[in-house]
Design a protein around this ligand. Sequence first.
Ligand code: GDP
Length: 492
Amino acid sequence: TAGLTTNAPHSRDELLGGLLPAGMDHWACRSRYESWQYYKHFPYAASPYLQGKLRAYEARHRRCAPGTPLYAKSVEQLRSGRSAERMECTYVVWLPFDGLGNRILSMLSGFLYALLTDRVLLAALPPDSADLFCEPFPGATWRLPVEDFPVANLFGVGQDMEQSYTRLVGGKVVGTATNATAAVTPSYVYLSIGYRLRDRIFFCGEHQRVLRKVNWLLLYSDLYFAPSLYEVAEFQDELGRLFPEKESVHHLLSRYLLHPANPVWSLVIRYYRSYLAPATRRIGVQIRMYGHSSIPADDMYNQILNCSRQEHILPETTNDDDKAVTPTAVTGGDGNGSNNSTAIFIASLYSDYYKRLRSRYSTPHVAKGGGATRVSVFQRTHEERQATDNLAHNQKALVEIYLLSFSEELVTSGLSTFGYVSSGLAGIRPAILLTAFNHKVPETPCRRAVSMEPCNLTPPRGLKCRDKPANEEDLAHHIKVCEDFKDGVKFF
Ligand code: GDP
């Protein structure tokens, strides 16, 4: 995989070098046209092949979107209980599951799957996230009209095993040629391919052939399963054409699909302009604590500082242990005539680490290596607890994901999808703080990510498929064990 030296100058424009479609209304979604001014990195451009595929997708989406005759026909077919052959429009319905970071990752993966299988992605957005994002596709909605959709208990479908693909295969309701007894293919199945991963067989080519016959797939996932799609032989070549650099998959898909709606975008830029824009350099620090791996706050704070030292991220201070450096005090303004300044933006549910870092930089301090810098520390919110069913809470979370993504450098937390999304959007390989498994402070505080790609935390390990396997040598070049989780896999 090539490094990040491939700067793509053409991406520094409104349409991100052809990634975004032309002709959409600027004012209906300002972030789509303005975000490029805030990103600091443009490491990859969309390949011509990806651009062509996206334009073809958009045309298909317009033909098949809710409100069209073809959509009405497909819903009729869904009501009939059986899938019809040669339907012009087939669908992936994205269902919400878990926190915002998880949801974004499963949306991006679902969209990629729709691209690969010529389907249309529709989002069953619940009220808690209905107004977070702009419509991504020109001239048509991506929202599933949930009220009129003829599947009962749509938002609870992931708890119900009956229509899960593996269950249907087990009951011989549907299946590969040799074991299916039913003459009809059901009109829909749901796929559980998140961390519970009930439908591991989804990642087998022979099952992909069966699923091709099902008009409606209901996607219940909270993970980034793109790397595992690459392990399916029939998707491998196409993914290779779409993304010559595997590290760019999430980066390009997220900049294509995700655009904060105007109210959220206003909050993002207002904050950015007030607090982060004045600095010459921005460092985002995302701290996520999980109950299962909690450690005392002092230990966590030390881990952050040790990580920063190891990766040379946060400015050092006179309080730091290394006394070998001659202090060069900086008092408020432009110390030593330099006008370097650093803004550290903290995203966390709690204010503790913000307070510690703020006090660390509150006294006149120095930067190592002679370059004096003035440091300011910011945190926008500290919500104390996750409240995914609350729109205002989710808006704040999205604002912070974007503020992180406008950094020059990132420190993120292991296992956190919130951090994964920020890094991919930013186009940054973050320093990932390692998780304190069993509450044990990790010996290595963090690892520099091999790529800006999210980790698929629950890949279908040890899966035995009947179909031919993907090219192993190629996989070895593009898929790796994650830095933060030994059972996970990621693109690099
Ligand atoms: P993950 O649990 O870290 O993988 O990330 P998710 O985004 O899926 O779920 C965590 C949820 O907790 C977020 O969506 C927010 O609702 C909330 N949350 C966690 N960390 C932060 C933070 O730094 N800022 C804000 N505003 N919310 C957060």
